[in-house]
Design a protein around this ligand. Structure first.
Ligand code: AMP
Length: 282
């Protein structure tokens, strides 16, 4: 595995790979890699000739009161894991080269970026779409891999690719979970042992929605009430949102029909955790 820090070097590598007819896959990450990230890398390895993994803790997707400076880092472990999976390039640009002083241009997906997580993190998604657009322009991958754990993120990126004719195939893969269902996340490392125990209730609440629907419950108000009551049994959890939305528009649904995305975001100790589950209500 070769590590590239300079954008110009990354451009040259990608140009050369393309000239040799290679299909390039990109897996963008912020590092502190876990099995969720590695599932994307393993799939990328199967589907492309050259696999590029980026590790970039993107400053413009954090607001000033968020955890940019404390974001977990485990570079040597990350490198060993990526090497093991046969990654060709680790791209690790410096923040100053991606966002030099005077940077002024942003890519924003209207509407979708203001829903769910966009309500409490109003500039987060324009930070994400801008950095992903930059990575796509530097690398020009054929394929790029994202996790459904960040459901809204992959939806926005698909929309951006379509709207701006970026010509990258977006592959979204299932959420990898811990033994008790908690969605793997770099931010889980912020949790104390006790909070880590508590955190499993997020996925349990989503599963409860699925169970109620499978059991024939059709009243969404009643379902949401039961989910909120379950989450309410853990007073250390502060809900940001719990919502049942249309998986394409992220608009709240009033009636259960077809596929419904149950999504939750909550603060627990020093962490803000998110999770979601797509339920088929028939
Ligand atoms: P991050 O480093 O948190 O920006 O995540 C990089 C990529 O890994 C994103 O596409 C995430 O959606 C994906 N990812 C993060 N956690 C998981 C998980 N538990 N399962 C699957 N993919 C994940």
């Amino acid at each position: 595995m070769r590590e590239i820090r300079k954008k110009s070097e990354m451009v040259l590598f990608a140009r050369n790979a393309r000239a040799h007819g290679k299909r390039i896959a990109l897996v963008p990450t912020m590092g502190a890699l876990h099995e969720g990230h590695l599932s994307l890398v393993a799939e990328a390895r199967k589907r492309a000739d050259a696999v590029v993994v980026s590790i970039f803790v993107n400053p413009i997707q954090f607001s000033p009161n968020e955890d940019l400076n404390k974001y977990p880092r485990s570079l040597s472990r990350d490198k060993a894991a990526l090497k093991e999976l046969g990654v060709d390039i680790l791209f690790r640009p410096a923040a100053e080269s991606m966002f030099p002083p005077g940077f002024k241009s942003y890519v924003e997906v209207d509407g979708l970026s203001k829903k769910l997580c966009g309500r409490s993190r109003p500039t987060h998604f324009r930070g994400v779409t801008t950095v992903v657009a930059k990575l796509f322009n530097i690398i020009r991958p054929d394929l790029a891999f994202f996790g459904l754990k960040d459901y809204q993120q992959q939806l926005l990126i698909k929309q951006m690719v379509s709207d701006l004719d970026l010509g990258v195939e977006i592959v979204a893969l299932p959420t990898v979970r811990e033994f008790d269902g908690l969605a793997m996340s770099s931010r889980n490392s912020y949790l104390t042992a006790k909070e880590r125990q508590t955190a499993q209730i997020l996925y349990r609440s989503l599963c409860l929605a699925q169970q109620l629907i499978a059991g024939g419950e059709r009243d969404l108000n009643r379902i949401m009430y039961k989910l909120r009551s379950l989450l309410g049994t853990e007073p250390s959890i502060r809900l940001d949102y719990l919502a049942a939305v249309d998986p394409e528009t992220l608009e709240e649904v009033k009636k259960l029909r077809g596929k419904v995305l149950f999504a939750v975001a909550a603060y627990l100790g020093k962490a803000r955790l998110i999770d979601n589950l797509l339920v088929d209500a028939g």
